[in-house]
Design a protein around this ligand. Structure first.
Ligand SMILES: Nc1ncnc2c1ncn2[C@@H]1O[C@H](COP(=O)(O)OP(=O)(O)OP(=O)(O)O)[C@@H](O)[C@H]1O
Ligand SMILES: [Mg+2]
Length: 329
């Protein structure tokens, strides 16, 4: 079943341009100059129930705008969009009850009150029966370590603490569709990891559909099998993350240390030397030659330690943008 479907979806923003200085202000008062920004350009995609999809792209690519369109916070300029069979911009109650959006930059919690107050308000809004509410609150409080935080006024929480409360608050009604805009923003490494585990589990347990944006590649790597890459408002790629890894990183990285200092000439015949520091080296070797190269290295050099890794996903995505993007279009 398709949960989110976009067809030739576009969003333009019209912004006023202000000229500098007093005369400029006066001039723009009588003759308003505007500029059109095409934030999202004719994008099409379909997301099935239960999918966990990563939305990637540089700053200003159009990710948040797309999520806002899906959640009905923005009205599309053209194209079609459906969420759970509804037109998001109608903001029907039946749709609101089954979906949630969490944004790193925007708070739904009441600033001066403890988060618990907003939780209880959401219980009323979403008509959550007491026993279900208690069950979900307990689960979320435990998982996100919120025990000591719920009774503190939100304005006194740190960014990460607020983010956790924010996420918990959005999940109390067990939305079937969850949009997460930069969910791990501001969280420490341990909490990022816990949150990722939670997102995975939430997706598995409730077969919920999750669309997330993140500049944190570990989030994407650990959570999303499918990614949609967007740049300048257009989709450059929609498919398996694994395929990008195969296509943009035809090499693997061999890291080795030896019992004597190494020379560049010791290594160059095996692959491209990425770094060399005394007895520690990294070389890039084509995938299909990795096992052969390892055998030869072990025979040729006094190896103490050796490991084979995929390229860091950051680098793969960077390569995608620099040189390989046209090949996917
Ligand atoms: N309310 C708005 N009014 C005018 N322009 C906007 C508005 N919101 C976004 N834009 C513009 O639309 C484009 C896409 O912005 P968007 O916030 O969707 O990017 P993003 O992919 O989420 O980037 P980031 O990774 O920095 O969060 C940008 O050029 C931005 O300046
Ligand atoms: Mg954004």
């Amino acid at each position: 079943m398709i949960t989110i479907e976009a067809k030739n979806l576009s969003k333009e923003f019209i912004i006023g341009i202000k000229e500098p200085g007093f005369l400029g202000v006066l001039r723009s008062f009588f003759n308003r100059k505007t500029k059109t920004i095409a934030a999202v350009k004719e994008i099409s995609f379909a997301i099935e129930q239960g999918e966990l999809v990563g939305f990637l792209g540089p700053n200003g690519a159009g990710k948040t705008t797309t999520l806002k369109l899906i959640s009905g916070l923005l009205y599309p300029t053209s194209g079609q969009l459906h969420l759970l069979g509804h037109l998001p911009s109608n903001r029907e109650k039946a749709m609101q009850m089954r979906f949630a959006m969490v944004m790193g930059q925007r708070s739904q919690l009441w600033w001066d009150l403890p988060a618990k107050e907003t939780f209880l308000l959401n219980q009323k809004i979403y008509e959550i029966p007491d026993h279900e509410y208690a069950e979900m609150e307990t689960e979320l409080v435990e998982l996100l370590e919120l025990e000591d935080l719920l009774m503190v006024p939100v304005k006194k929480l740190s960014l990460g603490q607020r983010m956790k409360a924010e996420i918990a608050c959005s999940l109390l009604h067990r939305p079937q569709v969850l949009l997460l805009d930069e969910p791990t923003l501001g969280l420490d490494i341990l909490m990022q990891k816990k949150l990722r585990q939670f997102i995975k589990e939430y997706n598995r347990k409730y077969r919920s559909t999750i669309l997330l944006t993140s500049h944190n590649m570990t989030d994407v790597e650990e959570l999303c099998k499918r990614v949609i890459i967007i740049n300048g408002g257009s989709i450059l790629y929609d498919g398996d993350l694994g395929e990008i890894v195969q296509r943009c990183a035809p090499e693997k990285l061999i890291t080795l240390s030896t019992s004597r200092p190494l020379e560049r000439s010791d290594l160059e015949r095996f692959g491209r030397v990425v770094s060399l520091n005394n007895d520690l080296a990294k070389i890039e070797v084509p995938r299909q030659r990795v096992s052969q190269a390892v055998g030869e290295l072990l025979g040729a050099l006094p190896i103490d330690d050796l490991s084979i890794e995929e390229m860091p996903i950051e680098e793969i995505i960077e390569r995608f943008f620099i040189k390989d993007a046209p090949a996917f279009r």
